[in-house]
Design a protein around this ligand. Structure first.
Ligand code: BTN
Length: 326
């Protein structure tokens, strides 16, 4: 994003009125330029309004991402060998997963990209992940897994646990998980996970772990096909600190990924099952144009979904399967 636009947003973020002249002084440009940049912000979906004689104001204050603030909340690495913060913050990007993939050679395992908005955010099954400015956490983490593809089975399930732990820490202990990688509150989706594998080097596999976590979605949002919710609707706090939230999520992701690397999925199975939104409920599995009905039992040690189908227990694997309540 243009530097002036970033300075303008930072000024407006407090949610107070500023005249065009005041904003021009803060940003070092003319009033006319401010008017143009305000239009640019509106184009990004940011709700700025103007009142004659008072100036410009955001419809509600914004918590903007800030690397220094995020780093205050991060747990320092245990080995103290890598003290710099492997974090890139972008105002706008096509998709944090795509950006990370395209720049992978420049980053170390553990590097994180977070964006204020995505113009082409991606979800599972080729869906779009609608990504309005400063409304959510759009985050991708690069992790290099030793041990080949088999070391990854169940990764999306444990990432879901990291999101649930984060929501619990900020006061939302009622989040649940929907196989393979959705997070729900009150039967509405609050977060999704998109894991992509970007080439294997010997036995090591490069993974891009993308998370979209809804914080405060605009009321007039369009294009979301599923029933969804956001953090502020449940917390009742007008302005969630997205920097603290992002840091808590990163801390939980790193902790859980390390445990997953050393202990595998088995150690997480009972916890995942206790959070299963469809536990012992009748569900339909949809796999392309096929569907199977049964009762959702839980997961196995490889991360497959266990279902009671026609009197026997069957396991289902695969990224292209989706589960619906009947
Ligand atoms: C899903 O539930 O379909 C997965 C959604 C994943 C969205 C996140 S937002 C950050 C990262 N970048 C993307 O383009 N997608 C993921």
């Amino acid at each position: 994003m243009h530097e002036t636009r970033i300075a303008l947003l930072k000024a407006l973020a407090r949610g107070e009125f500023y005249s065009g002249t005041e904003l021009g002084e803060i940003c070092g440009v003319s009033r006319t330029a401010i008017a143009k940049h305000i239009e640019g912000l509106k184009g990004l979906g940011i709700d700025v309004f103007s009142v004659k004689g008072k100036g410009y104001k955001l419809s509600s204050p914004l918590s903007l991402l800030d690397k220094d603030v995020i780093s205050q909340y991060l747990v320092p690495p245990q080995d103290k060998t890598n003290l710099h913060l492997d974090l890139t913050i972008l105002s706008q990007v096509n998709s944090t997963n795509t950006y990370l993939k395209e720049h992978l050679s420049q980053f170390n395992s553990g590097h994180v990209v977070i964006a204020e908005s995505q113009s082409a955010g991606r979800g599972r099954h080729g869906r779009t992940w609608v990504s309005p400015f400063a409304s959510s956490i759009y985050l991708s983490m690069y992790w290099r897994f030793d041990g080949g593809y088999q070391a990854l089975s169940g990764l999306s399930l444990v990432i879901g646990l990291a999101v649930v732990d984060t929501l619990t820490e900020i006061g939302l202990p009622s989040a649940q998980l929907k196989w393979p990688n959705d997070v729900y509150i009150d039967m509405q989706k609050i977060a999704g996970v998109l894991i992509e594998v970007e080439g294997a080097v010997g036995d090591a596999v490069n993974c891009i772990i993308g998370i979209g976590l809804n914080v405060k979605l605009p009321s007039n949002i369009e294009g979301i096909e599923q029933s969804y919710t956001d953090i502020e609707s449940h917390l009742g706090t007008p302005l969630v600190d997205r920097n603290k939230l992002a840091a808590l999520l990163l801390n939980n992701m790193k902790r859980i990924i390390r445990k997953f690397e050393s202990e595998g999925l088995a150690t997480f199975v009972s916890r995942w099952e206790a959070l299963n939104v469809f536990e012992n409920k009748p569900v339909r599995l949809i796999m392309g144009d096929q569907s199977i009905e049964g009762v959702c039992l839980g997961i196995d040690n490889e991360g497959a979904l266990r279902m009671q189908v026609n009197g026997s227990v069957q396991s289902f694997h695969g990224g292209e399967i989706s589960v619906r309540a009947i």
